[in-house]
Design a protein around this ligand. Sequence first.
Ligand code: AMP
Length: 305
Amino acid sequence: MSLVVVGSVAYDGVQTPRGRVERMLGGACTYIALSASYFTQVRIVAVVGEDFGEEDEALLADRGIDLAGLARVPGKTFYWSGVYSEDMNDRTTLRTDLNVFAEFRPELPPHYRQEPYLLLGNIQPSLQRQVRRQMDGVRLAGGDTMNYWIEGHRQELLETIRDWDCLLINDSEARLLSGEKLLRRAAEVILEMGPRVLVIKRGEYGAALFTKEFHFAIPGYLLPDLCDPTGAGDSFAGGFFGYLAEQGAEGGGAETDPALLRRAVVYGSVMGSFCCERFGVDRFRTLTRAEIDARYREFKALTGF
Ligand code: AMP
C-alpha cells in the first residue's frame, strides 16, 4: 500500500529568532515524504535541477522513498526563502525562484499509477489535477494549497479539489477559501466544495478535523524548544496521510472510521511538532518510530480528562 506524493523539492533559506541558514534541503514534497515514510512506502513525483546534492537525494533514499518519479533536468532547483516573526507564528517570504519548477509537467512512472493513496502537495492546481488524472485506482486522495492559489486561481482550484477526499489547509486559508471568519462556518462551506474530510491546521494552537458527520479538535503539542517551523504543515500532512495509508483507510467522510481520522490528526500533529525542533529537515535524520509513538501516547495523556 503505497502513498504517491507530489510537490516541491527545494532549497530553502530560513531565518528564525534561533538562527539563519542560507541554503538547506526543503520543499513541501520533501517534508511530506520524509514524514509519511515512518508509516508507509512513499513514492515521490517532483523535479530538481543539476545542483541537487547527492547527499540530499541519499537522505530521501535512506528513508526508503521511491525516487523513480524525481526528474533531474538542466537548470537550478526551486529556491524559497523566508523570515519568521519573533514568536514564529508569522513568516514573510523573501524569495521564490521557481527555476526548474516553472516548466514542471509531472509524469508518473507506470508503477505509481495503480497506487491507492495520493497526497498532492502545494503546487499549481492544474498540475495537481494532471497527477490525479494519471492515477487509476485511488482509494484516498488529498491535498494542500495556499493563499496564492486561492486568491489568484480560484476557479482552477475549485475544479481541482472537487474530486479530492480530503483537503488540508491552515486556518487563514480556510477563511479565505470560504469567505467565513468562524472556522466552523468556514468548514461547512468548504465541505460543500467536494472534499469529505477537511483538516484545518492551526500552527502552535493545534488542528481541527471536520466532516459532515462530526468534528474533532486538538491543541498543539507544547514544545519545550522551537527552532524552525518550516515544513511543519507538510510534516503534519505526511503524518496524517501516512497513518491513514498504514491503516488501509478507504474513502472519505462517512466511509472512513471517525476513530481512525482522530488518531491520524494526532499523528499529524506529532510529526509537525518534531519537524519544528531543528532547522529544515534535520530532525528527520535521527527521528525514530519509537519516538513518534511515545509522543503520540504523551498526547493522549495530555488531552485526556
Ligand atoms: P510549510 O512550512 O509547511 O508551509 O512548507 C514550507 C515549504 O514549502 C518550504 O520548504 C518551501 O520550499 C515550500 N514552498 C514555499 N513556497 C512554495 C510554493 N510557492 N510552491 C511550492 N512549494 C513552496
